[in-house]
Design a protein around this ligand. Structure first.
Ligand SMILES: Nc1ncnc2c1ncn2[C@@H]1O[C@H](COP(=O)(O)OP(=O)(O)O)[C@@H](O)[C@H]1O
Ligand SMILES: CC(=O)N[C@@H](CCC(=O)OP(=O)(O)O)C(=O)O
Length: 260
């Protein structure tokens, strides 16, 4: 039987709030078994860019990343955010190891080709992007890998990659070796039928219902690429995909994706 692995992705809203981040990380330490954490930080990065006089540019939730933006998001994601998160986990007695995709050649990306839009230094992840042997070794040694949203192309170029995509790609690659649960954690209790009604959580969401709710506009904005990544993981053999509140990961209220 395959061993279990729980992959958690934490988004920008919670990361920016020190008390909430600590609460999430403390709850994470109580989750049994192999774990892996992926963090974003897009909201904080946009604020930092503005503070430095650069207006952030996002198209459908994806950041257009010119050279100056890449420098700043690398410092923010792979530096401050990643190291702060690792040190908070160490303070909880968990041996976390912070990684970008370049470290240990963990995730190798391909610079997004220019079509209608030039996204600049943004990395897409091919099917063989993940160094699963490295991650297996780390997990076997009791480490908790903590990934930021920076990858590399193998030619010395760092690239900015959406954190939901990194989580989904890691889950798909590691599903060959582990029974993977993928948890997208953010600041709502799950996928909402009505985004203005916090109590309207959909407990079980099928791909068909997702398409319907997307067409009516009930599911929109950042939730669309998140669910595209989430359903892709489910279809590729990930055992379970969950969308849930980062501060309630041990509680039953959440959205679980269904295959049919
Ligand atoms: N039906 C929906 N249910 C929940 N959130 C939704 C829905 N439709 C749109 N959203 C928006 O999507 C956001 C989550 O996407 P995003 O901001 O990219 O998350 P993250 O910060 O975790 O990467 C929510 O904060 C919410 O504003
Ligand atoms: C290419 C691209 O869009 N990269 C993202 C990476 C961070 C991220 O995904 O952060 P959240 O999960 O908090 O949104 C960005 O720079 O915003």
């Amino acid at each position: 039987m395959r061993e279990g692995l729980k992959i958690f992705k934490i988004g920008g809203g919670i990361i920016d709030d020190d008390a909430q981040l600590r609460q999430f990380l403390r709850a994470l330490t109580h989750v049994p078994g192999h774990k892996l954490l992926v963090h974003g930080g897009g909201k904080g990065a946009s604020q930092m860019l503005r503070d430095l006089g650069i207006e952030p540019q996002l198209v459908q939730g994806r950041r257009i990343t010119d050279a100056a933006t890449l420098d700043i998001v690398t410092m923010f994601y792979a530096g401050k955010t990643n190291k702060q998160m690792v040190s908070l986990l160490q303070a909880e007695g968990v041996n976390a190891l912070g990684l970008s995709g370049a470290d240990g050649n963990a995730i190798r990306a391909v610079k997004r080709p220019v079509k209608d839009i030039d996204y600049g230094f943004v990395g897409d992840l091919p099917a063989n992007a993940v160094n699963t042997d490295l991650l297996h070794q780390l997990l076997k040694n009791g480490l908790l890998p903590v990934f930021c949203a920076i990858t590399h192309d193998g030619q010395g170029q760092l690239l900015n990659t959406n954190a939901d995509t990194i989580a989904s790609t890691l889950a798909r690659a590691l599903a060959e070796r582990y029974a993977v649960e993928l948890h997208f954690c953010f600041e709502k209790d799950g996928v909402l039928r009505d985004v203005h009604d916090e109590a309207s959580v959909i407990p079980q969401l099928t791909a068909t219902e997702y398409q319907e709710l997307k067409a009516t506009g009930s599911i929109a904005a950042g939730m669309v690429p998140k669910l595209d990544n989430a359903f892709a993981a489910l279809e590729a053999g990930v055992e379970q995909v969950v969308i849930e509140h980062a501060l309630r990961i041990n509680e039953p209220v959440k959205t679980v994706l269904c295959r049919s």
